[in-house]
Design a protein around this ligand. Structure first.
Ligand code: AMP
Length: 140
């Protein structure tokens, strides 16, 4: 498959751009994020150029997720964080800056100040049920 030359992650896959690669297999590569939000911030990207969760083939995703788990276990063992967030952005509204499927493994420490947490505020039950019905109609 021809790789989109302008895609920075495709260029990492083809080794035209250097990166701190941790591990790779047929489907994906794990490497250090160059703008880490915490020590041990890792990205796992698909080798296949899919933009995001909407267009990555499900079998590819199935094979990538165990690698995400392996990386999370390694980050946990090496950096001993208080927790780990997996983050996967889809589209500009979700602040996806590189349109090539990737999962962030972000080690977290209590009070690290990262703006990924939100307070739990109970939703209105009727609105939750109405939204569930809209989604069930699509998932049926
Ligand atoms: P997102 O904003 O969720 O699309 O995440 C893209 C991530 O890719 C950001 O955290 C960037 O720091 C990271 N990134 C962009 N270019 C590179 C690169 N050449 N090497 C490593 N990480 C990169």
């Amino acid at each position: 498959m021809a790789l989109p030359y302008h895609c920075i992650f495709c260029r990492i896959v083809s080794r035209d751009v250097p990166s701190y690669i941790l591990t790779e297999d047929e489907d994906c590569i794990a490497f250090m994020d160059i703008n880490p939000v915490a020590p041990g911030h890792v990205l796992i990207i698909s080798k296949h150029h899919a933009e995001n969760i909407f267009d990555i083939p499900a079998p590819t995703l199935q094979r990538i997720m165990p690698v995400v788990q392996r990386v999370a276990l390694a980050v946990n063992a090496v950096f001993l964080p208080d927790g780990i967030n997996l983050l996967q952005a889809n589209g500009p509204g979700a602040a996806q800056s590189v349109p090539h499927f990737h999962v962030h493994v972000v080690p977290r420490w209590s009070n690290d100040g990262l703006g990924m947490n939100w307070p739990l505020r109970p939703g209105e039950r009727s609105a939750i049920e109405a939204n569930a019905e809209r989604l069930r109609a699509v998932l049926r």
